[in-house]
Design a protein. Sequence first.
Length: 568
Amino acid sequence: MRFSSGDLSGDPDEIDAQTDASKGAGYGYNQTWSPAVGQVQGQVQGQVQGQGQGQGPGPVPPGHQGPTPNDLSFGFRPGSSKTTSAPTSPTRSSPQSFLQKVSSMTTAAITRADSLARGPSYNKDRCRTLLVVDDHNTEWSKYFRGAKLPGDYDVRVEQAEFKELSITASSEGGALVSMAVWRGGTKVVRSFKPDFVLLRQNLRDADADHRSILLGLKYGEVGSVNSLDSMFAFADKPWVYAHLLALRRRLSRDAFPLIDQTYFPNHREMVTTQKFPVVLKIGHAHGGLGKVKVDNQSDFQDMASVVAVSGTYCTVEAYIDAKYDVHVQKIGNFYKAFIRKSISGSWKTNLGSSLLEQVPVKEHWKSWVNAVSSLFGGLDICAIEAIVSKDEKETIIEVNDCALTLLGDTQEEDRRHIAELVLFRMQGAAKGQGIDRRSSIETAIRFMRKLLRQNEMFHQYVLCTWTYGCHAAQREMTGLRVAGSHTSSVSTGSKETAAGPRVPPRPPADRDQADRVPPELPPRQSSVTSAEGPRGFFTRQTSQQATADEDDTMRNLRKTFAGIFGDM
């Protein structure tokens, strides 16, 4: 038996199972009956009134030869007792009482009519599967009814306990969860791929270890609240205490008053301990299991023999005579605190009868739970349990993860907070994983444009730097040539005065030699240059070459991105 949103939506297989069960209950069932609840209830009430007044089933209509397998009759034997017993004590004459038959008939009719009126609660073609691991006392599907995820996806809830699950996982196919359900008295195994998981049961307890399920979910990279890594860390309490101890060293003992504890890996190390009385905790267990109060050394040695039989580790901590204990929980951004006082006389305040009171959250309590929520990559749901001694001294003794026990009259509100938190995490996972081809192409286009803009800016920067450097070198060389020409002209003028008219300089033998000068140095010319001289030629050549290189680079980038992402 398990709850799921498919059950609430009137699954045809479930309705058929209810039909088979109704047939086996001792009355006929018509497959073509109307789903109107009022008509069925009216027929049932009429027969009940006839039996109560001793009138029998009433006259048989013409052409009707008595009850048939497809009628809504009950087939009572003549002379049977007309006095019905209470629903809690069936009559001795038949295995099922008359009122039980009426009740099951009415329940089936109401369920059928309600499912037909409401319709399916999720779209089977567009839905994300949420696996909730919890007992059947809570129906989690109702908290997610009508919820939407990005892409207009519905939330399909599958709920079961750890013991009802099995899992297979692969690196390519992900995790495939199989769940055993009962339909019409037959055990049926149904499989599905979870997209998200909420664990509300302890992964490991005194008589159970479900870490294999968690390993399969990790193979499938299934999202969860809390994270799968943190859940695996909480499978051993000494591992959690070691991280709490590091937290106390960082914050100080006054800011984080964690209880002192001694760890023994096996019974051979249990020679002696601190002053008595002490609390001995054997292995990993919850709900007060495996915890023993030891008053002296002799009892401690006896408990060492018990640890030897268990074959596990144990921890020892000082016993505190508690006045009451404090339970501080954090669900997302919501904080609550409860005080629990035992009235049964047991030193274990979580067992027996106790008085529970919700109190305002103190600031130092809030700082405790905030510090703990930062462990193991972040805990969305966590709780701290502390003990207050007779002298009002507070001591932290334990930390719980997402499988914490909800307390008080606000459990319904806490479950809604958990559901909202799960939806928030599922939406984040859907945004990170549900990227379709269109969004991929758009992302690639934005990346390409950004790269092209950066490339253009780079080319412009190089071009400007190159041009500026070349102009500076050209100006420097021009200044040197002007100075040299002035000096030579002065000396030549003096010679001309003495020897006669100046002979013009001989032109270079090879005219193309000036074009083969490296670009770092301008071609040699006279000091008088025109607008179309070396400077204009060099600038035009450099800009043309840079423009051609930029066009080639842009063209190559476009071809590369077109080959990767297709024609956009």
